[in-house]
Structures are given as C-alpha cells and as structure tokens.
Design a protein around this ligand. Structure first.
Ligand code: ATP
Length: 438
C-alpha cells in the first residue's frame, strides 16, 4: 500500500529528515528545516544531479550566481510584468487562493477549500517575486529582488562564460541554488514552499537544433529518475497546453510524479528560445551571441532548460522507496533508496556495547568513513537497530561481534534481502564498494 502523506511527514520528523521550521513558535508559514538525515539525503539528490549534468559531461560547466538581484534583470526578463499567478478572494471567508488551483465543488463551480463558498472576486495578477531593499535606505532606488528562478543568473553571465571557457553550442551551464516565490498557497509539505532550491541547466543550442535537444533532454531527465529508483509507472511526461506556457516558452513538458494526492510536477523542460538572451542584450546594450571563428557565423543560441526541484525530488524518492514487507514473520518498514541517494550507505553496529568490541568497531568505522557516509549505533538490541536502519534506507549494515575478535571478520547485512555475509576486515572496503555498485 502506498505511503500516505501523514505517514511520510511523521517519518520525516521522527527520523530527522524534515522538521517544520520554527516549530517551537508554532511553525512559520510552510517553511521547513532539514534535519541530520534530511540534509544528507538532500545533498545526495543535488550531488546526483550535478554528477549527471556536470561531472559526466564535457560540454556543461557550473555556475553559482547571486540570490539578491538587480531589478533590471527582472524587468528585462519579463518577470516584473509577467511572473504572476491569478489571485482571488473568497467573498464568504475572505481567504485568498490561486484561481487555477481551485477544485470544483458539488455544483461544478470552483469551491473555496476553506469554507466551501463559490463566490469569488475577479482574478487579479499577483506578482510572486519577493521585494527587498539593499543598504540602509528603503526607497525605490534601492529595491532588489530575491531571484524567483536561478535561470537568469545563467543568461546574465552568458558572455562571461563564453569568454573564459571557449565553448561552442551545444553547451550548457548548470546551477543549484535557492529561489524565492511568494506562493499564494504553499502546501503539500515541501512540494510547494516560498523558499526552495532549483537545479537548472541552461543548454545553449543552434536555433535549428532546438527541437532535437528538447526531445533529448525530456528523455535524458526522465531516465535519470528511473535510474535512481523511481518506477516508470510513477512518472509521466506531460506537455503543456498553449494556455499554460510561460511567457518565454515555445514548448514545455513537465516530468510528473504520482504523489499520494495525484500527479505533481518534479521538473519542467522548456524551450526558452532566444527570448532571454535577446531581452538582456536589448536592455543592457551588451552583445549576447555566439561567434564561430571558423565559419564566421554569428547567432543568438536557443536555450533548452531542464529545471528541477531537489525538495520535490527527495520527497518523490522517499515515496517511491517506501515499502512495508515481512522479515522472519515480522512486519518492517523499509526505504529501498538507491545507495547514491540514501542518507547513510553503511551503518557500523557493534553487537554489544562491551568494551572488547568498541575498538574493533571504531577501527571498522575509520576504514569506511573516508569511502562513504556511515552511521554508528551501539544502542538497543541488534534487531531494533536493523529496523531503524531499514526505515531510513541504509543499504548495508556492518556488524561487529565477538567472533570478530578471533577471525578478524565482520558481517555485512543487505537491507533489501536481509541476507548476511561474513567478510574479512582486510577486504571490507572492497566488499562494501562492490555492493554499493556505483
Ligand atoms: P508549479 O507549476 O508547481 O508552480 P513551476 O512550473 O512554476 O511549478 P518552474 O518554474 O518550472 O516551476 O520551476 C522548476 C522546478 O522548481 C519545479 O519543477 C519544481 O521542482 C521547483 N519549484 C518551483 N516552485 C517551487 C516551490 N514553490 N516549492 C518547491 N519547489 C518548487
């Protein structure tokens, strides 16, 4: 049976993945903090993205642009005028909602999720950008915005990157970082928050090849989720209807995941055309084009943008991995996470807290720590410790027992099969690396 959101939220809090932010003050408006295990898994999601987008490619380079940004960027990009959601007020309870997120009530008309009323004000555009002031004077000359997408940092650095890197289209810039949107109705746990991270690639291509590269990235990104453990039937690629398209897009497809509440977007792949580079070239007066020194050709590349969110992705990995099975007649909860994504890859577990075992267990831990992220647990019964590791998705447990003192060997237990194998400590690093198989 699939995990419910209540169970997921409980697991996240109880096991140190995600806490409601400022909880001792009653929480703060759908903000969340990542706990000791959450921060490990969240980083693994971002690292896996970086690895596939930057490390394993020749033609993609990294970037890390500023969050506080000039209003001129957002004026040129069209966000000041267009980055809006339709806002309506319920006339009965006065709550505000996104008009396009209202579900129909019994009579088929959009209904207020709070009071059930169907009488709303006319929809009006609400700009999602967070505005602030830079420096000690709060006047119009000092307005700045927290970026609502990381993408613009790529476009305003296009000429810098070309100048320092000698790249030729198709090439890309990749960035992971915070974005901020004053969402009208955040919700569904970390799915929609006002402060969140994005993992965005801007892939600059010759205009005539945009269609081909759009298809390529739709496929490539879909397979990334599958490779990291999400079953195909929990994913779908959904092209946007013409009405849904963003102001800059000539075509977008979303990779959606089957969340407990229904299909929801993990990532959008957009053909942003030459909209952004041309808009910034016009507004800044800079030349933002590619010049081919061999052919003498000069053009503004088209941009294909796969834009994903690590928080939604982490949640999807947890939901897809959540399994309840039976071991030795007992029910257990196990997160069958891909080893690259799991918070810990290995847990070192001395069978007892007795002094004799501690130095060997410490030695084993020190052998494995440089190789991968390890947990160490010498509390409670071994059975309960296995259950705990299963529940947080640790692929391997290494158990040190009294026999280890004699035979200089330990037991490796596999999370999914629960099978155990005795391995000499001298070959442990090799054996663990082979089992994690990445
Ligand atoms: P939505 O339609 O859900 O509002 P979007 O289409 O506006 O999302 P994009 O602008 O395409 O989102 O951003 C790319 C990715 O950034 C999304 O697929 C999502 O993973 C992530 N993202 C966007 N908004 C949020 C948010 N408010 N909270 C968490 N992640 C988000």
């Amino acid at each position: 049976m699939p995990v419910t959101m209540d169970e997921l939220v409980r697991l996240c809090k109880g096991r140190g993945f995600v806490y409601p932010s400022a909880e001792i003050y009653g929480g703060f408006r759908s903000t969340y903090d990542y706990g000791p295990l959450g921060v490990l898994m969240y980083r693994n999601v971002k690292d896996a993205w970086w690895r596939s987008m930057v490390q394993l490619r020749r033609e993609v380079v990294g970037l890390d642009a500023a969050v506080l940004s000039s209003p001129r960027i957002w004026e040129a990009s069209g966000h000041l005028a267009n980055f809006t959601d339709p806002l309506v007020d319920c006339r009965s309870c006065k709550q505000r909602f996104r008009a396009d997120h209202l579900e129909p009530g019994a009579d088929g008309r959009p209904a207020c999720p709070n009071c059930g009323g169907t009488d709303f004000t006319e929809a009006r555009p609400f700009n999602l950008m967070f505005k602030t002031y830079v420096g000690p004077v709060e006047d119009d000359a000092n307005v700045a915005y927290l970026r609502p997408e990381t993408a613009q940092g790529h476009f305003v650095n296009f000429a810098n990157v070309l100048q320092s890197e000698h790249l030729k289209p198709p090439f890309g810039t990749a960035q992971i970082g915070k974005s901020f949107r004053n969402e009208i109705t955040p919700g569904n746990f970390v799915f929609r928050t006002r402060e969140f991270e994005q993992m965005e690639l801007e892939y600059f291509v010759p205009p005539a090849e945009a269609g081909k590269w759009f298809e390529y990235w739709c496929n490539e990104r879909f397979e990334w989720y599958v490779r990291l453990g999400i079953p195909r039937e929990m994913l779908r690629l959904r092209p946007h209807t013409p009405e849904e398209l963003s102001h800059y897009s000539a075509g977008t497809a979303d990779i959606e995941f089957l969340f407990p509440w229904g299909w929801g977007e993990l990532e959008g792949i957009a053909n942003r055309t030459d909209y952004d580079l041309k808009a910034h070239a016009k507004a800044s007066g800079e030349t933002l084009e590619y010049f081919d020194p061999v052919s003498g050709e000069r053009y503004v590349p088209y941009v294909i943008e796969p834009a994903a969110g690590p928080a939604r992705t982490m949640m999807a990995f947890m939901i897809a991995a959540h399994t309840i099975d039976e071991v030795g007649g007992e029910e257990r909860t196990v997160l069958k996470l891909h080893p690259r994504i799991a918070p810990f890859q290995v847990a070192v577990l001395p069978l007892s807290k007795k002094d004799a075992l501690t130095p060997v267990a410490a030695e084993v831990l020190e052998l494995l720590q440089p190789v991968t992220m390890c947990d160490y647990d010498d509390t409670r019964s071994i059975g309960r410790r296995y259950r705990r590791q299963d529940e947080v998705g640790t692929p391997l447990c290494v158990t040190v027992d009294f026999g280890s003192l004699e035979d200089k060997a330990v037991t490796i237990r596999d999370r999914d099969t629960t099978e155990q194998e005795r391995v000499p400590i001298s070959r442990l690093v090799e054996a663990v690396s082979a089992r994690l198989a990445w």
